[in-house]
Design a protein around this ligand. Structure first.
Ligand code: ADP
Ligand code: MG
Length: 397
């Protein structure tokens, strides 16, 4: 794969697909990790005298101009400018008049950000012709394409995939850094290799569990997905998150793990609340004794200790998915315990997933204490599942 170091960019117009999909509270960015991760590539291109045109998405706009205003990248342009220490021209559309004028006004060493690429439905269209036409419009802005939006490379989208077919291209530094880490998790991984999975939906993560059952030595499971596992073992889970339709699959995994000698570790206690709210009544209960009228919103303190003990002294850890509803303080302790467990393990640790990465920062951990914090949840998981990442395989060799 070519990198930006292989491109002659001085005086050239370079279209960069970045991942700037940050969580917002109104127009306030609550976690700027992905913007910061995009800076090295952008800075390098600017220093080398390129005209840089950035395209990115934010959230999942639904095609309703009024309701979609909250998905504008305008606040991101402001933060990006602060981080670069340079003005970022912001185009109010993606390929329209504003974008054309903004790009035309760029001088060497200047940068523009185009409005949310998903405001154009062709970006995510299943129709390759429709997508291709939109990609052509984006490509018309530039001489070269740099793919650096790791969080989106598992998507066959116009600005990720099709545009790479239109222009000479290369991977940015974020993509190469992320891939190097993922290779360390798949090729000759240092053992013991422990995977910690949590988050909200089992069905999102089944593929990766399926694959990891042949690769990991131990899998720790918490978060909302754990209740499908507890239920599969025959326990009451009350009103906790549950995916009934996955129970058989999960039972199959528990069997397979037994046969292949992979240790699956489930919580022994749970924080059970009366409602999905920070001020709801909540108690620690045994994992096999969740009251029928309660829902589990975090793993309990004994489980936090157990999980930390299962991480101690291992060589490699991949963690995806918070252990509980960490956004609410009463349910953050499990995620905190696991984050600390990773740090204390002495292992090469990788945190993947948008919410997991946001959690470690929101809970006050030093990012440098982890081996790597990935910007891409879905992309990392699909890589670990052994799936092809269209946005990577389309790049020139
Ligand atoms: P990531 O983005 O790291 O891949 P997910 O998107 O899968 O993680 O899941 C993150 C979300 O899971 C968080 O918003 C968190 O509140 C939620 N979550 C964790 N534990 C529970 C639980 N027990 N019940 C409901 N939601 C949960
Ligand atoms: Mg998420």
């Amino acid at each position: 794969m070519k990198t930006i170091d292989d491109l002659e960019v001085s005086g050239k117009r370079v279209l960069v697909r970045a991942d700037l999909n940050v969580p917002l509270d109104g127009t306030r960015i609550t976690d700027d990790g992905r913007i910061r991760a995009s800076v090295p590539t952008l800075k390098t291109l600017l220093e080398r005298g390129a005209k840089v045109i950035v395209t990115a998405h934010l959230g999942r706009p639904k095609g309703d101009p009024e309701g979609d205003k909250k998905y504008s990248l305008a606040p991101v342009a402001v933060r990006l400018s602060e981080l670069l220490g340079a003005p970022v021209a912001f185009a109010a559309d993606t390929v329209g008049e504003s974008a054309k004028a903004t790009v035309a006004a760029l001088k060497d060493g200047e940068i523009a950000l185009l409005e949310n690429v998903r405001f154009n439905p062709a970006e995510t269209s299943k129709d390759a012709v429709e997508r291709g036409k939109f990609a052509d419009q984006l490509a018309a802005f530039a001489d070269l394409f740099v793919s650096d939006g790791f969080g989106a490379v598992h998507r066959r989208h116009a600005s990720v995939y099709d545009v790479a077919e239109d222009l000479p291209n290369a991977a940015g530094y974020l993509i190469t850094a992320e891939l190097n880490v993922l290779k360390r998790l798949t090729e000759n991984v240092e053992r013991p290799y422990v995977v910690v999975l949590g988050g909200s939906k089992v069905s999102d993560k089944l593929g990766v569990i399926d694959n990891l059952l042949d690769k990991a030595d131990r899998i720790l499971i918490g978060g909302g997905m754990v209740f499908t596992f507890l239920k599969a073992q025959g326990h009451e889970v009350g009103k906790s998150l549950l995916e009934e339709d996955q129970l058989d699959t999960v039972r199959g995994y528990l069997e397979r793990a037994k046969d292949s000698g992979v240790e699956i570790v489930l919580p022994v206690d749970v924080v059970a609340a009366t409602a999905f709210a920070a001020d709801a009544e909540h108690d620690v209960v045994a994992a096999d004794a969740i009251p029928a009228d309660r829902l589990g919103l975090d793993i309990g303190p004994e489980s936090g200790k157990l999980f930390a003990a299962k991480l101690a002294g291992v060589k490699t850890v991949f963690w995806n998915g918070p252990m509980g509803v960490f956004e609410m303080e009463p349910y953050a302790a499990g995620t905190r315990a696991v984050a600390q467990g990773l740090i204390d393990s002495g292992a090469f640790t990788v945190v993947g997933g948008g919410d997991s990465a946001a959690a470690v920062r929101a809970l006050g951990f030093d990012e440098a204490a982890f081996g790597h914090i990935s910007t891409g949840g879905g992309a990392s998981l699909e890589y670990l599942e052994g799936k092809d990442l269209p946005g990577i395989s389309v790049l020139e060799g």
